[in-house]
Design a protein around this ligand. Structure first.
Ligand code: ZN
Length: 528
């Protein structure tokens, strides 16, 4: 992108930020928006279908035509059978995209037809007010998914406000421990500011130096903060707090709890665990603390580490291409039970085999209903699997009519830790090519396993077969991380956090075979 077009984006951004900050949205408005959208759900999906049929280059149009579906057929089925049943029929007719087809450009084969789509083919053609400066990449492997202000309000602000209310956090001081641009921090700052809930502190676990951002990214964070301040919003500037200084965040929370009786922090799940472990080490009281956890699953061990301090955890689930998809239930049926924002999304399961593993999982297929969604998704996998259920619940989110839940959420084709996600293809090259060349052995002598240690921290073990002979374990870890950080500022940001978290440790043992007897570079799937 040229400097001129960057400047145009910044100028447009400043202009729109003024409008955005002008009218804060309160809880009542957010609740009414959700209720209205629940009433209009059928209409919203039909409008999304119409947009697909109006766009001759839409990837979905090709799949729908192949399945013999015209708009009139879909309209009749939605109105008679409902949304999820219609989407199920479409899935069975081949109208869906796997994670590999959506994110990796894998060839789409349906019957005798073959297609290949690019990620930008899924961009929503409707919103014309895109904001480069507000984009993030913490969960999307360095791709740029660009939000506009309309979506920021319709999805992020509305969902975050009702979530804070459900967890009795609306009246409490709010803090963030989230990455600067190209991470998700600026999006969160703006999201909450729109609700009149300006974060009191914004801690960033990485510093600019480690990311070596492009000029526009470097400008991005400062620009958002400074323009916001010029327009009268007291936006916090990011303060660098590395992972091994989690106690600084803990100290701030303990202080706020003493003054206000409670405090809320939104951060990556592993970082929430670190804050709680620091509380135990320093003898600080976190009774009254609430954590909105994002970016990685809230496992039983992680929830326990948080709750043992007297704090509460609310898992929030989303991914960059969709926005916020689900938020934690206050009467959870399982450890990561979350309410789907079904006013904006439909989710159905898709039984599929994880490539070359012989293991079947129920992958989530997402469909976007909001007209401002950055990407149009129609039965698209996010790379996660779990359980989709419908039940009534008397927590505040249940009472709003959000009756669909997802839980038991895990990624099937990516590694996640400290809120950072790498797809397996980034890792396979290192395991199968770089390490054997540098340290000896063959492609099957190295394997990564995702585990949780005794205190709920996600750890990656790099198995190095004894056949490789004597190796310097520190050098292997260094080589692995150095290779992983090559490329975009987003990758450097993610690798920096993995390095800080000492995520990777070497184990001298033979790689583990799957139930089918295969040796894969990654052994991360829990057998179901
Ligand atoms: Zn609930």
């Amino acid at each position: 992108m040229s400097i001129t077009s960057d400047l145009a984006i910044y100028w447009r951004f400043a202009w729109q930020l003024r409008k955005f900050l002008g009218q804060p949205l309160d809880l009542g408005q957010c609740q009414r928006i959700i209720l209205q959208r629940l009433t209009d759900r059928d209409k919203m999906l039909l409008a999304a279908f119409q947009a697909i049929y109006d766009n001759l280059s839409s990837p979905y149009l090709q799949l729908l035509r192949l399945a013999g579906c015209e708009y009139g057929d879909l309209e009749r089925t939605v109105l008679s059978d409902g949304i999820e049943a219609t989407l199920g029929k479409l899935r069975d007719a081949g109208v869906y995209l796997s994670y590999e087809e959506f994110k990796r450009g894998k060839e789409v084969v349906r019957g005798s037809q073959r297609f290949r789509f690019k990620e930008r083919d899924f961009d929503n053609p409707l919103p014309a007010r895109h904001l480069g400066a507000a984009s993030g990449a913490s969960r999307s492997i360095g791709t740029r998914t660009i939000y506009d202000f309309e979506f920021l309000i319709a999805n992020c602000t509305v969902c975050e406000v009702v979530t804070l209310d459900a967890f009795n956090c609306l009246g409490l001081p709010l803090g963030l421990w989230a990455n600067i641009v190209p991470g998700v921090g600026p999006v969160l700052v703006l999201t909450y500011t729109k609700a009149g809930k300006i974060p009191v502190r914004w801690f960033s676990p990485v510093e600019k130096r480690a990311i070596k951002p492009a000029l526009k990214h470097l400008l991005g964070t400062n620009y958002i903060v400074n323009v916001g301040r010029l327009l009268g919003a007291k936006l916090p500037a990011p303060e660098y707090v590395p992972l091994n200084e989690a106690w600084r965040v803990t100290q701030w929370m303990a202080e706020e709890i003493r003054r206000y009786g409670g405090c809320c922090l939104e951060t990556y799940t592993s970082l929430a665990v670190r804050v709680c472990q620091a509380a135990k080490e320093k003898g600080l009281d976190l009774n009254g603390a609430r954590f909105i956890t994002v970016g990685e699953p809230l496992t039983p061990a992680k929830r326990k580490e948080i709750e043992v301090t007297g704090a509460a955890a609310c898992p929030s689930y989303g991914f960059m291409e969709a926005g916020i998809v689900a938020a934690g239930c206050c009467n959870p049926a399982s450890v990561d039970d979350t309410h789907i924002f079904k006013d904006s999304f439909a989710v159905i399961p898709h039984r599929r085999e994880v490539l070359h593993s012989g293991i079947n999982v129920d992958a989530f297929l997402f469909t976007t209903l909001l007209p401002s969604a950055p990407k149009l998704l129609l039965n698209v996998e996010s790379g996660d699997y779990g359980v989709v259920t419908t039940r009534s619940c008397d927590c505040k989110l249940g009472k709003l009519g959000l009756t669909d839940h997802i839980s038991g959420i895990f990624g099937f084709d990516k590694l996640t830790g400290s809120g950072m996600t790498f797809v397996t293809s980034d890792l396979v090259r290192i395991l199968e090519e770089v390490l054997p060349v540098s340290f000896g052995g063959s492609a099957t002598d190295y394997q990564i396993i995702e585990e949780e240690d005794e205190v709920g921290r996600t750890r990656l073990s790099l198995l190095v077969s004894p056949e490789v002979g004597p190796v310097n374990e520190g050098e292997i870890v260094e080589t692995f991380l150095a290779e992983l950080s090559k490329g975009t500022p987003g990758k450097r940001m993610m690798t920096n956090l993995w390095s800080q978290a000492k995520m990777l440790r070497v184990k001298r043992m033979h790689p583990i075979a799957t139930a089918m007897g295969k040796l894969l570079p990654m052994h991360i799937i829990k057998d179901k």
